[in-house]
Design a protein around this ligand. Structure first.
Ligand code: NAD
Ligand code: IPM
Ligand code: MN
Length: 359
C-alpha cells in the first residue's frame, strides 16, 4: 500500500512539543491499521523567519502543495511580536491557508462527558454540548483591501482594515455549513452583525438564498454579540454555526471553555480539493513553551480529523479518538485540566499513554 504523504509544520512555542507526541501516536495508530505515513518536515512562522527571513518560504508551500495533507501545530511568539505585520509569523499561517485555498475551517467544540466538570460553567449547561463552528478562513477582514496605516484629514495617524465578502465566497462556505448540518442535528445558525455592517447584510442575504437548497435544515440568524452571550447561557442551542473569519476566530476560543481548555479543540481547514490543513485551534502558548506541560490532545485530535477528512483513514481516526477518550476516562490530565482526583501528567507522558492505547 502507498504511504500517505503528510507535510509536518511544527512551528513555534509548544508547537514542536505537541507535534512530537501527535506523530508518535499517529504512527502507532497507523501501524495498527496497516496505514503508513511519509512525513516531510517544513518551516513556517517564527522558525521559518529565523532560518530564512520569510514566515512562509516557497519551499514550505511547495512541500504542502505536493502532500496529501498538512499537519500544523502552532506559530508565533514574543520574539517576533515587534516585527511589522507583513513579516510576522502569523502572516506565514495566513499565507499557507490562502495558498492552499483552505476556505472552510471546521472547528468542533465537543464536551466529552469526562470533562463536564472541567468547565468554568456549570455541568448542566455544558454536558452534551456538540457544536461545529464553520469559520470562513481566507476572506473577510483578515484579507480585505485596502489595509494599512495612513493619516486622516486632521493629520492624525490611522490604522485600517476592510471587512469584505463576495457573494461566491459566502455561498461556498454556506454550502459547507448546510451540508455539515444535514449530517448532524440539521440546525444551522448564521452569525453576523447585519444590524450594522453591509458585509454582514450581504452575508445574511446569501445564506438565506442558499438555504432554499437545504429545506431539511432549520436556519436561524444571530448577531455576533448575542451569539457570544448565548454560547455561555445555552450552548446546547447550537448545532452548526457558520460565520466569517474574525467572528469564527473569537467564538471558537470562547467555545473551548465549554470543555475546560483551549488545549482540547482541533480543527480542519479544507478547500474540497487539494490538501487540507489540520491544526489545533490554540496558538503557540509561549507562556508555557519548553516546559513539557502543554496539552497535546487538540493536536492528536487534529491528526484524527486529518485521517477522517483528507486521508480517508476512518479506522485510524477512530483509534486516535478512542485513545483520547480512554486517557480521559483513566483520569490522566495535563496541567490545564488538572484538578483534585485526577492524575497530572506531562505532555510527553500523555503521549506515552496514548501510544499504548492506540497500539
Ligand atoms: P494561545 O492559544 O497560544 O494561548 C492562550 C492561553 O491558552 C495561554 O495561556 C496558553 O498557555 C493556553 N494554551 C494554549 N494552548 C494550550 C495547550 N495545548 N495546552 C495548555 N495550555 C494551552 O494564544 P495567545 O497567547 O493569544 O497567542 C500566542 C501566540 O500564538 C501568538 O503569537 C499568536 O499569534 C499565536 N497563535 C497562533 C495560532 C496558530 O498557529 N494557529 C493560533 C492562535 C494564536
Ligand atoms: C487561529 C489563530 C490565527 C487566526 C492567527 C494566529 C493568525 O488565532 O488559528 O485561530 O486568527 O486565524
Ligand atoms: Mn484564534
Amino acid at each position: 500500500c502507498k504511504a500517505h504523504k503528510v507535510a509536518i509544520l511544527p512551528g513555534d512555542g509548544i508547537g514542536p512539543e505537541i507535534m512530537d507526541q501527535a506523530l508518535r501516536v499517529l504512527t502507532t495508530a497507523g501501524k495498527a491499521e496497516g496505514a503508513e505515513f511519509e512525513f516531510t518536515r517544513a518551516l513556517v512562522g517564527g522558525a521559518a523567519i529565523d532560518a530564512t527571513g520569510n514566515p512562509l518560504p516557497k519551499e514550505t508551500l511547495d512541500i504542502c502543495k505536493a502532500s496529501d495533507s498538512v499537519l500544523l501545530a502552532a506559530i508565533g511568539g514574543y520574539k517576533w511580536d515587534t516585527l511589522p505585520a507583513e513579516q510576522r509569523p502569523e502572516r506565514g499561517l495566513l499565507g499557507l491557508r490562502a495558498g492552499l485555498n483552505a476556505f472552510a475551517n471546521l472547528r468542533p467544540a465537543i464536551v466529552p462527558p469526562q470533562l463536564a466538570d472541567s468547565s468554568p460553567l456549570k455541568r448542566e449547561i455544558v454536558e452534551g454540548v456538540d457544536i461545529l463552528i464553520v469559520r470562513e478562513l481566507v476572506g473577510g477582514i483578515y484579507f480585505g483591501q485596502p489595509r494599512g496605516f495612513g493619516t486622516n484629514d486632521k493629520g492624525e495617524r490611522i490604522g485600517f482594515n476592510t471587512d469584505v465578502y463576495s457573494e461566491p465566497e459566502v455561498e461556498r462556505i454556506a454550502r459547507v455549513a448546510f451540508e455539515a448540518a444535514q449530517k448532524r442535528q440539521k440546525r444551522l445558525c448564521s452569525v453576523e452583525k447585519s444590524n450594522v455592517l453591509e458585509v454582514s447584510q450581504l452575508w445574511k442575504e446569501v445564506v438565506i438564498r442558499v438555504a432554499k437548497d437545504y429545506p431539511d435544515v432549520e436556519l436561524s440568524h444571530m448577531y455576533i454579540d448575542n451569539a457570544a452571550m448565548q454560547l455561555l447561557r445555552n450552548p446546547k442551542f447550537f448545532d452548526v454555526v457558520v460565520t466569517g473569519n474574525i467572528f469564527g476566530d473569537i467564538l471558537s476560543d470562547e467555545a473551548s471553555m465549554l470543555a475546560g481548555s483551549l488545549g482540547m479543540l482541533p480543527s480542519a481547514s479544507i478547500s474540497g480539493d487539494g490538501p487540507g490543513i489540520f491544526e489545533p485551534v490554540h496558538g503557540s502558548a509561549p507562556d508555557i513553551a519548553g516546559q513539557d506541560i502543554a496539552n497535546p490532545l487538540a493536536m492528536v485530535l487534529s491528526a484524527a480529523m486529518m485521517c477522517r477528512y483528507d486521508l480517508k483513514l476512518p479506522k485510524v481516526a477512530d483509534r486516535l479518538e478512542t485513545a483520547v477518550n480512554s486517557a480521559l476516562d483513566q483520569g490522566w490530565r495535563t496541567k490545564d485540566l488538572w484538578k483534585e482526583g485526577t492524575n497530572l501528567v506531562k505532555c510527553s507522558e500523555m503521549g506515552d499513554i496514548l501510544v499504548k492505547l492506540v497500539a
